[in-house]
Write a protein that binds this ligand. Structure first.
Ligand SMILES: Nc1ncnc2c1ncn2[C@@H]1O[C@H](COP(=O)(O)OP(=O)(O)O)[C@@H](O)[C@H]1O
Ligand SMILES: [Mg+2]
Length: 251
């Protein structure tokens, strides 16, 4: 925790961020008859994020929570620069490692070993640095026997083990974690939580999406609650858990 007198620098600043997806819906039977001969699909705009404004200071751990579909993964992707906002601005500082939805960032036809090198390169490590960390990454993942297997044959737990191992070995200033830990078994989850706590002590910034109130409570300095793409709460963790429960009722 930082002291109030020393302002930590802002490492992520979102201002008025909105993200629109175009969704294609199958037309109803009636519409199809009326529009006979034309496309069976119609397009609709859907705003997954609406006017999200957020400053994240270096060294904080933010819990990003909300109902399914509230926009958590979309916000993490915008913060991570994986997708672009349609409105607003997003500024970020420092090296970012993202642990997003399952398999994101892995090439299915490549082996675990090849994906380690590919991912580390994307995250800014040189070949030499990756070689240096390789054993430690594989040890952390505990899937050495499968490291030369194509990752399309991995179970979801194996994916996450390798992805987390890579993310924590590239020396990130900011770590984005999207739910994924839930698919690992309990010992691995514990190991990941210990690693996240170590990152906190080292002053790194963590943005953590989880459905576990217990994990959020034990890790986070601050909670941001999303509902229908909007920030409906941003503040201390305890009240954030209450705000999350209230947001479920307003669904
Ligand atoms: N690529 C996409 N195309 C269309 N809709 C999407 C896309 N990605 C997400 N959405 C929609 O945006 C909303 C927010 O999704 P998401 O950010 O994944 O929610 P959460 O992670 O909170 O469950 C959902 O309604 C989802 O269906
Ligand atoms: Mg999600």
């Amino acid at each position: 925790m930082t002291t109030a007198s020393v302002e930590a620098p802002v490492v992520v600043r979102a201002q008025g961020v909105s993200k629109r997806f175009v969704i294609r819906k199958e037309k109803s039977l009636k519409e199809r008859i009326v529009n006979f001969g034309r496309s069976n699909l119609h397009k609709e705009d859907f705003w997954a994020l609406r006017d999200v404004t957020l400053d994240i200071e270096a060294g904080t751990t933010i819990g990003l929570v909300g109902a399914n579909g509230s926009g958590k993964s979309t916000l993490l992707k915008v913060i991570g620069g994986i997708i672009q906002a349609n409105e607003g601005t997003l500024e970020r500082r420092g090296r970012m490692a993202a642990l997003l939805e399952l398999g994101a960032g892995f090439h299915p036809d490549l082996t675990g070993r090849e994906n380690v090198f590919l991912n580390a390169a994307i995250l800014g490590l040189s070949q030499k640095q990756t070689e240096q960390y390789f054993d430690s990454i594989v040890d952390f993942s505990e899937i050495r026997d499968f490291i030369d297997t194509q990752v399309k044959f991995y179970s979801s737990g194996m994916y996450v083990r390798l992805a987390f191992a890579i993310a924590v070995h590239v020396d990130p200033d900011i770590l984005l974690v999207d739910e994924v830990l839930a698919v690992g078994d309990e010992p691995f989850q514990r190991k990941c939580m210990a690693k996240i706590e170590e990152f906190q002590r080292e002053g790194r910034t963590i943005i953590f999406v989880s459905h576990s109130a217990e994990q959020i409570q034990s890790l986070c300095d601050r909670v941001v609650v999303l509902s229908h793409g909007k920030v409906v709460y941003d503040g201390p963790t305890d009240e954030g858990i209450d705000a999350l429960r209230a947001s479920f009722e307003g669904r």
